[in-house]
Design a protein around this ligand. Structure first.
Ligand code: FAD
Length: 466
């Protein structure tokens, strides 16, 4: 069966970027068609990314917190884990959110077309779905087709080699799991599997975990997890041999074991690659670079006037909140508004234990860019709330422009660091200086008091920290 439809705006991809763009365009009075090849809206983030990983991290945190209580006089005993129940709870969280999106699309009269879309010309797109082919003629398009995990060519295809999507399926809890890649996704999944009972090795090519974050922050993380993960830094995997009794992994580098090591499963988490090359976007005249990214200007416009692109496939950082804001801007520009995407900061968070969170420039970036900065650090060992929670490993660092005294970056490590990062982001966006932050009364005893206290250190009003 072949269908034809005309629309003012077609959005290709129903992830955070795509559905946000579609909903904003519809709210602005445009007629919108949203094309998605998955059975549910929500993209990677809701289906196999941000949300299921956080549901499982919640389970991991409760297990860890319960275990820790034994040193405070409360013993719960060993957890009994019913993996089927954990999985179905995680799936129900995902279902609640993806189902909600269906309702929101209907409410806004966004037409959702199910199937895989490819451009056939500058104003046409064909969608192949279960109901046959739909040819869509559009005035404007927003490409929001996202990204997929990077595969390593030397790793064999084997059920025991998984990516983040496989890890989130939670088929079993391997006795010994290698996390290949010490970035955010690898560490979050490692946190989940360790709490469920796996012994975890993490191998990272760089000389620190989460290479994008500042070393002083990551050192705290590495110290905190040293008894939980066996971390091999400055080391790479050179081969994986699949045998009946396990996966034998060969390493090379500073901390490489001399002999191949046997694992029950290997989780490959070495980054994501854009889906730009899979859309025949060249048939619409859209330029795609050799890695599959689509270049856009500040209005998210590609080299073709009426075609926009957003989210993971326009570049780093590959984060849902970046995609959402880009989606809004693209929709607003199409509706005739003069908006553009130019944030002062895009926050990054690893929802590990402890959490690692940063926004604005890192100290590393400030050095590379030759910026003149001053930093102020408040160690959580001096925070009443951290002590009362027996989580004093945390730290809050603010980075100020030396001349203006304005905050241009900040990082936090510790429990709930991600929730508190918003204040630093707001300060950066609003051009707040140290005094603004120091004079803002933060409630006591809270962990985010540490932001005000770090600002007081910068202002010189605290000098006698323990
Ligand atoms: P996607 O979410 O990738 O959506 C693109 C959609 O387009 C997909 O549904 C795909 O099926 C569809 N599509 C692609 N091509 C076509 C086509 N030709 N036709 C029809 N449909 C098509 N980010 C955060 O900000 N916070 C987190 O905590 C976080 N955790 C993560 C955890 C994991 C395990 C992973 C893998 C990612 C995580 N991310 C997180 C990243 C986040 O998921 C992505 O940045 C975000 O989903 C990107 O949104 P997007 O709209 O660009 O694309």
């Amino acid at each position: 069966m072949s269908n034809e439809l005309k629309t003012q705006v077609v959005v290709l991809g129903g992830g955070p970027g795509g559905y946000s763009a579609a909903f904003r365009a519809a709210d602005l009075g445009l007629e919108v068609t949203l094309v998605e090849s998955r059975e549910t809206l929500g993209g990677v983030c809701l289906n196999v990314g941000c949300i299921p990983s956080k549901a499982l991290l919640h389970v991991a945190k409760v297990i860890d917190d319960a275990a820790e209580m034994s040193s405070h006089g409360v013993t719960f005993g060993a957890p009994k884990i019913d993996l089927d129940e954990v999985r179905s709870w995680k799936d129900s969280v995902v279902g609640q959110l993806t189902g909600g999106l269906d309702g929101m699309a209907k409410m806004r009269k966004v037409k959702v077309v199910s199937g895989y879309g490819k451009f056939t010309g500058s104003n046409t797109l064909d969608v192949e779905g279960a109901d046959g082919k739909t040819t869509i003629t559009f005035d404007n398009a927003i490409i929001a087709a996202g990204s997929k995990p990077v595969n390593l060519p030397f790793i064999p295809e084997d059920d025991r080699v998984i990516d983040s999507t496989g890890a989130l399926e939670l088929k079993d809890v391997p006795e010994k799991l290698l996390v290949l890649g010490g970035g955010i996704i690898g560490l979050e999944m490692g946190t989940v599997y360790r709490a469920l009972g796996s012994a975890i090795d993490v191998v990272e090519f760089a000389d620190q975990l989460v290479p994008a974050a500042d070393k002083d922050i990551i050192k705290i993380y590495q110290k905190h997890v040293k008894d939980k993960f066996n971390v091999m830094l400055s080391t790479k995997v050179t081969g994986v041999e699949a045998k009946d009794d396990g996966l034998y992994v060969t390493f090379e580098g500073k901390n490489a074991p001399a002999e191949p090591v046997r694992y029950d499963k290997v989780l490959v988490a070495v980054g994501r690659t854009p889906n730009g090359n899979m859309l025949d976007a060249d048939k619409a005249g859209v330029n795609i670079d050799e890695r599959g990214f689509i270049n856009v200007d500040k209005q998210l416009r590609t080299n073709v006037e009426h075609i926009f692109a957003i989210g993971d496939l326009v570049g780093q950082p590959m984060l849902a909140h970046k995609a959402v804001h880009e989606g809004h801007v693209a929709a607003e520009v199409i509706s005739g508004q003069k908006h553009y995407f130019d944030p002062k900061c895009i926050p990054s968070i690893a929802y590990t234990d402890p959490e690692i969170a940063w926004a604005g420039v890192t100290e590393k970036e400030a050095k590379e860019q030759g910026l003149s900065i001053e930093t102020a650090v408040f160690p959580w060992a001096a925070s009443g709330r951290a002590i009362a929670s027996s989580r004093t490993e945390g730290s809050t660092k603010l980075i100020f422009d030396k001349e203006s005294g304005r905050i241009i970056g900040g990082a936090m490590i510790g429990i709930n660091a991600g929730e508190m990062l918003g204040e630093i982001g707001l300060g950066i966006e609003m051009g707040a200086d140290g005094e603004d932050l120091a004079l803002t009364i933060h409630a006591h005893p809270t962990l985010n008091e540490s932001i005000g206290l770090a600002a007081e250190i910068f202002e010189g009003s605290i000098t006698d920290l323990p």
